[in-house]
Design a protein around this ligand. Sequence first.
Ligand code: HEC
Ligand code: HEC
Ligand code: HEC
Ligand code: HEC
Length: 107
Amino acid sequence: MKGFTLSLCTALLLAILASATAALAAIPAEVTLGTARMGEIHFDHKLHQKVGECAVCHHKGVERGGCRDCHGVDTAIPNMKEASHAMCRHCHKRMGAPFGCKDCHVK
Ligand code: HEC
Ligand code: HEC
Ligand code: HEC
Ligand code: HEC
């Protein structure tokens, strides 16, 4: 019985460890945003992690998913264009990063 409880504990611990590692591995180094009409946007996630805290962009919490899980899906809230321009362009202007259309949209 003792051995059984012990192996159950080990199994539980391993499961917790596995899910924690899986969550960490999900942070992308680069994300391709954009649409067919406007072209791709190469978003260097790794670089941006140094620019601001996670919550600056993931304003509903990282665990709630990517922007595209809500923006453009829930029609009651600003779509991807509106949300992105408000967030990305605003910060670029504020920090003196490039904010011309072609600095983000690559055809
Ligand atoms: C400058 C803005 C910004 C910052 C800062 C930032 N992220 Fe992100 N993150 C994004 C964008 C944009 C995406 C792509 C969203 C999409 O694909 O819908 C993303 C995607 C992700 C994803 C994948 C989500 C999914 O379900 O596809 C994870 C996980 C994530 N970020 C974690 C983090 C963590 C942890 C930090 C802090 C260490 C962080 N991010 C900082 C903007 C940012
Ligand atoms: C879980 C759903 C969800 C996720 C994920 C999410 N948002 Fe939002 N976002 C909302 C909602 C809902 C609003 C409307 C205002 C509010 O409730 O905060 C909003 C509002 C915004 C606004 C204000 C827009 C305006 O015109 O006032 C910006 C900017 C924004 N989101 C950017 C982002 C970015 C960038 C990401 C990804 C890094 C993201 N959001 C991820 C749900 C989400
Ligand atoms: C918290 C501020 C902040 C936010 C939010 C932010 N950026 Fe940036 N971004 C920067 C800064 C600062 C740089 C310049 C970094 C450097 O060159 O070292 C940059 C650089 C870039 C570059 C490279 C530009 C070039 O030509 O050198 C791209 C592309 C970019 N960001 C896209 C985005 C997109 C798309 C979003 C929204 C999903 C976004 N950024 C949100 C601050 C931000
Ligand atoms: C800092 C980065 C950035 C800059 C600068 C920027 N955009 Fe965007 N734009 C985005 C992001 C991110 C999206 C959302 C893409 C997605 O849905 O995946 C977007 C979406 C759009 C869309 C909607 C896509 C479609 O096919 O309808 C249009 C149109 C657009 N941008 C035009 C412009 C124009 C015009 C400029 C210059 C005045 C500009 N953008 C500057 C990041 C940027």
